[in-house]
Design a protein around this ligand. Sequence first.
Ligand code: SAH
Ligand code: SF4
Ligand code: F3S
Length: 479
Amino acid sequence: MMSERKVTAVDPTEMERQRVIMQRIKENNDIDYQRSGNNKSFHIITFGCQQNNADSERLKGMLMHMGYEETDNRNTADVIIINTCCVRENAELKLFGNIGALKNLKKDRPDMVIAVCGCMMEQEHAVEAIKKKYRHVDLVFGTHNLYKFPELLERSMNEKYTLIDIMNTDGIIVEDIPIKRDEKHKAWITIMYGCNNFCSYCIVPYVRGRERSRKPEDVVKEIEALAADGCKEVTLLGQNVNSYGKDLDNPVDFADLIRLVNNIDGIERIRFMTSHPKDISDKLITAMKDCRKVCEQLHLPFQAGSNKILKAMNRKYTKEEYLEKIQKVKAVMPDISLSTDVIVGFPGETDEDFEETLEIIREVEFDQAFMFIYSKRKGTPASEMDLQVNEDQKHKNFDKLVKLQNEVSKKLNDLYLGKIVEILVDGVSKKDSSKYTGRTRTGKVVNFSGEGDLTGKLVNVKITEIHSWFLNGEMSTNN
Ligand code: SAH
Ligand code: SF4
Ligand code: F3S
């Protein structure tokens, strides 16, 4: 059973201690630079979800404070970090391929540091595998002690064997870790860590620990500082943002939090993910409607259409309850773009059960669905369930689902033709440098031609062409 305990008080001196170490490493790197004329560099490979991306931004922030600069070239990097995911089996396979490929680099340049961190390192068998088979790894750490990275880096540089530091306690939040964000005009803001839901297929609660919320004043302070620096869009991040605040001494819920963020000058768009259907309250739906800056977009994973499967998944809602929440949201925000996650082939799923998944896809009409074939995760209740679905069946149904969803997405995209939409410009398109690229409030990617430096600006664009994964347009005279 999960614990009801509160978040352990954060030791305010902890980050101070790490700052002293960062300064020490920086001084050493500066001396090296004066000697060699070359800056030390780092390369981070990130797998998994936005939580891991947010963690990688913190690692980058810390490394830059220590005088390292980022490089795309792993062959020359002085520090390589692999930030791992273990939500599905293929994530694990990819990791070991990547670590193996670094062996020769370490042989040629023994002074470089190879570190592996993230969710998968919270699993004993994965750490054991590294200890036994991948001895060229210098440092292994987990998700709860990321803030200790400067100290661990310094220690690992002085140690011959793999340094392993996995913290068992998950009850702390350390504020003020430096963050290096890739973009200035939009930012991911972690508002809470961990998950208490224990969906029976999912490894996340075991590797990310229990839910703990940052204080609202810390979240607001961070966003105010970003807004002052030109940030226009924030995505509030957590495994289940709807249960934000339940563990705080002065409870503030997620609906209250988005109202606070909505009041911050300079911020123009608010998104959030992920929402759990069981926790979407009427209060939240009203706040979404009232807050102008909350975008018309909601990611609401339903996972499966059959009540039998939902129960076995421990999702704590029925198909009918899910559809009712969707109706409520659509009633107040008719233009909302919906997205979802779906799992195909959960143990015991029959063709009739799967048919109910297709029914939800047809009925709700999601703009986008992230579709996954069920992957057995050691240590989760579902991995012990009878009636694991055979691979052929899973793949056959998966293909059916993808085909149906593509039709729905296409149909919804077609509605954009000729419309004028507001775009927050991300920059020049990577595929076509004559075009800018950005997103609508509903999260659609739009490419368009435009004059001047538009990155980070909000512009109106008329949609002229529809593709499956993006739309094309031209700047509207209405700007
Ligand atoms: N907290 C979020 C996201 C969790 S992980 C949420 O609850 O929605 C992202 C997605 O991965 C999940 O929504 C689920 O669809 C999928 N997933 C998780 N465990 C899985 C497994 N064992 N096999 C296949 N897909 C899985
Ligand atoms: Fe996993 Fe469920 Fe938690 Fe999402 S809500 S992270 S699917 S246990
Ligand atoms: Fe993967 Fe960890 Fe996210 S397991 S999906 S990176 S929380």
